[in-house]
Write a protein that binds this ligand. Structure first.
Ligand SMILES: Cc1cc2nc3c(=O)[nH]c(=O)nc-3n(C[C@H](O)[C@H](O)[C@H](O)COP(=O)(O)OP(=O)(O)OC[C@H]3O[C@@H](n4cnc5c(N)ncnc54)[C@H](O)[C@@H]3O)c2cc1C
Length: 406
């Protein structure tokens, strides 16, 4: 029987452990936290967006997103639903493809996994931080809490550095490097952005619906529609998280990153100009800030007018055609320079990680060291928002578990 050590009791590690045990292996999970699955509990605002019905390689970024193709095919959505049912977990499938536990509580996911792991006789060593992994002849030595144990095979499923308050470390990269693996520099993803402006902090707390376009080196690189939320440090909200992977990667590469916000996506530029003109015609003695307060969140109006070069107390009958034009243009295309991200502590995931070129994507085994496997976010693969990150963690964990048991 294969004696397997899994380092990391997150989504990938738990799925690998169950898959390996079901295929006949003897499994021990090492977890540095006091319990497994802390990110599962914190995920999806406590609801856990556990998977997406339709994942494909386009939903992932990394040096080679095609690396995910085989795993995503093996863990089809139907396979996952059957697997969840086998551990007593039922899913709520939303129209847009996102799936949540039927209970709407992330806790259900963790309870189901924990009881399946315990039923299967998998040993979980919590509060065991692995400090070193080495190979001696045909066996691996795991060093945790100053105790050494021997295994035939090892899975590194230590996740990424995102959200260190939940136990995240970069230990996996260190272990992989020790076996000669290359690491693609890590960067925060699904993360809030810092802005280089004098005005964003004046709008702190404003939440509104917007179209967001990301410009990298002057070229449009991504678009998203949804909520944005101004903060003292910069900007957050779902639309910002959606473009954050590309923004963060570009910042790491020291490229110039800009955001364009369209604060009134319900109007095209011409309709907005016409609508504003009509409003001004019908309220000629009002000040421009009063007129705009019927259209936009109050705190955005003074900074908008400053950027458009219009005095906020100007009477609208006195606005020049140029000022009308400037105003519409800035509402539809308000530019901000992005100076950084809000960091790993606030990021949901991390881009970069262990280079996939040195890993067999059909087995998740190292191409450099036989018996050494990798799964989940520790790899140079990062997903979009929408259940895709768990999706790859489950899929790669399942493959690694089955293969390790062989
Ligand atoms: C707030 C938040 C919300 C999220 N929401 C969603 C969501 O709704 N949907 C989605 O798809 N994704 C979501 N994610 C991302 C998702 O949680 C991760 O992609 C996923 O957990 C990765 O699984 P993993 O097993 O690879 O790593 P992890 O879940 O991070 O597990 C790695 C484990 O390894 C342990 N570990 C690390 N180093 C050591 C060591 N040296 N020794 C022993 N143990 C160690 C860690 O403590 C951790 O438990 C969210 C993430 C966060 C932070």
């Amino acid at each position: 029987m294969n004696k397997i050590a899994i380092i990391g009791g997150g989504a990938a590690g738990l799925m690998a452990a169950l898959s390996a045990v079901r295929a006949g292996a003897d499994v021990t999970i090492y977890e540095r936290n006091s319990g497994v699955g802390k990110k599962i509990l914190a995920s999806g605002n406590g609801r856990c967006n556990i998977i997406n019905t339709a994942s494909c390689t386009d939903d992932y970024a990394g040096t080679d997103p095609e690396f995910t193709a085989y795993a995503l095919k093996q863990l089809s959505f139907d396979y996952f639903v059957n697997f969840c049912t086998s551990i007593g977990l039922l899913l709520d499938i939303k129209e847009d493809g996102r799936c949540y536990p039927l209970s709407n509580e992330a806790k259900s996911v963790l309870i189901a996994f924990k009881s399946a792991v315990s039923d299967a006789g998998i040993q979980i060593l919590t509060e065991h931080t692995v400090s070193a992994v080495s190979k001696e002849k045909h066996s691996f030595v795991i060093d945790a809490n100053h105790e050494k144990m021997i295994y035939n095979k090892v899975l590194i499923a230590t996740g990424s550095q995102a959200a260190p308050q939940l136990g995240a470390t970069d230990d996996g990269y260190r272990f992989a490097r020790g076996f000669g693996h290359k690491i693609v520099p890590a960067y925060p993803s699904l993360v809030q952005l810092h802005l280089n402006s004098q005005i964003h902090h004046k709008m702190a707390g404003v939440k509104t619906h917007a179209d967001v376009t990301l410009y990298i080196g002057g070229k449009a690189a991504a678009k998203a529609t949804g909520d944005i939320l101004f903060a003292n440090y910069g900007i957050s909200g779902l639309a910002i998280l959606d473009i954050s992977q590309k923004a963060s990667y570009a910042l790491m590469k020291q490229q110039r990153v800009m955001l364009s916000l369209d604060l009134l996506p319900c109007f095209d530029a011409q309709t907005l100009e016409r609508t504003l003109s009509k409003l001004c015609d019908s309220l000629p003695r009002h000040t421009i800030d009063t007129v705009l307060s019927g259209l936009l969140p109050a705190k955005t109006i003074p900074p908008l007018l400053t950027d458009a070069g219009i005095n906020h107390s100007k009477i609208v009958s006195g606005l020049t055609p140029k000022e009308h034009q400037n105003l519409s243009a800035i509402i539809k295309n308000w530019k901000f320079e992005v100076s950084g991200t809000h960091g790993f502590k606030h990021a949901e995931v991390s881009g970069g990680g262990i280079a996939t070129v040195q890993i067999n994507n059909k087995t998740m085994e190292s191409k450099l060291t036989s018996g050494l496997y990798f799964a989940g976010e520790v790899l140079d693969i990062v997903g979009r928002r929408g259940g895709y990150n768990f999706n790859f963690a489950w899929a790669s964990g399942m493959i690694a578990g089955k293969e390790m048991a062989k």
